[in-house]
Design a protein around this ligand. Sequence first.
Ligand SMILES: O=c1[nH]cnc2c1ncn2[C@@H]1O[C@H](CO)[C@@H](O)[C@H]1O
Ligand SMILES: [Zn+2]
Length: 367
Amino acid sequence: MSTSLVAPVTPEALLRAPKVLLHDHLDGGLRPATVIDLAEASGYRDLPTTDADALGAWFRESADSGSLVRYLETFAHTCGVLQDEAALVRVAAECAEDLAADGVVYAEVRYAPELCTEKGLGLDAIVEAVQAGFREGEARAAAAGRTIRIGTLLCAMRQNARSLEIAELAVRYRDSGVVGFDIAGPEAGFPPTRNLDAFEYLRQQNAHFTIHAGEAFGLPSIWEALQHCGAERLGHGVRIVDDIKVAEDGTVQLGRLASYVRDRRIPLEMCPSSNVQTGAAPSIGEHPIGLLARLRFRVTVNTDNRLMSGCSMTSEMRALVDEFDFGWADLQRFTVNAMKSAFIGFDERLAIIEDVVKPGYAALMAP
Ligand SMILES: O=c1[nH]cnc2c1ncn2[C@@H]1O[C@H](CO)[C@@H](O)[C@H]1O
Ligand SMILES: [Zn+2]
């Protein structure tokens, strides 16, 4: 089809496009005004400001440090106000509402239950509160005419030693909407192989997991995540470009690991704005997603932390369209890639692709 027969990718149309999000942190997506309300209600006194606009700007600027470790320090304030059930229910419900308003039709939202226990909440109570919040938010979105489904991923923190316990928690709640497991936190110095017992357990339980790898550390981390731990997807995975050589004449040569990732269709959960803030990519325009998409890796587009990056799925896609000249066909491919890679069952994935994603893009593409 010639491009003149396809409607342009306008910001309004992008907002309406059905989107699928696999990598979004619950504690990285609070509304600034909600952080302030929850701090007041719970007696949390460490916020840098109690003005919502100023607080939003503070998160974006503080996260924009070029270092993952400093980026992660900003989560002290969001986790600081997520220590009781009412707060967890509210934040999860608002997350579902905000994603639905952004045109997201299916999302996997992750968080680390072990970071919500400071005031004595138990892990099961935490998971139940978040699940209740997602169901509430889905219902409110439906009442507003938007259908969204949220699956939950439970993260264990790399620097702590609780991954087996969190993996067991994920399996315990697998029939209540927890669809998988992840490890998050500082990458350098905390290789995924520290958590082998958790990954072994998950595989024995036929459970799903992804691993943050190839963000702040390079190929060895990706290799361990796939070949030692058995990750089904890679959180970020940007550094896989270190195994790809592009010659001056444009010839591309893939190393063995990059070939494996592409051949096996390993999903890459790419988060462009977050990667620029942590220094994993120099700019959106120079982000490896352009090359990886051109080489037809299984690329997906994600937000990571909407509060820290001041982004949404719509704004991430828009930035990519501006920088790489992606069109509807590319955006549909990223969306179908994501839906194919989701941790819910095959028939449910297929139904969303056939009944929601494809018709949605077909309508938007029509001139
Ligand atoms: O890009 C990232 N890389 C590694 N860890 C992250 C990233 N974004 C957030 N978290 C960490 O994941 C925890 C659970 O949601 C957050 O509290 C944060 O510490
Ligand atoms: Zn992340």
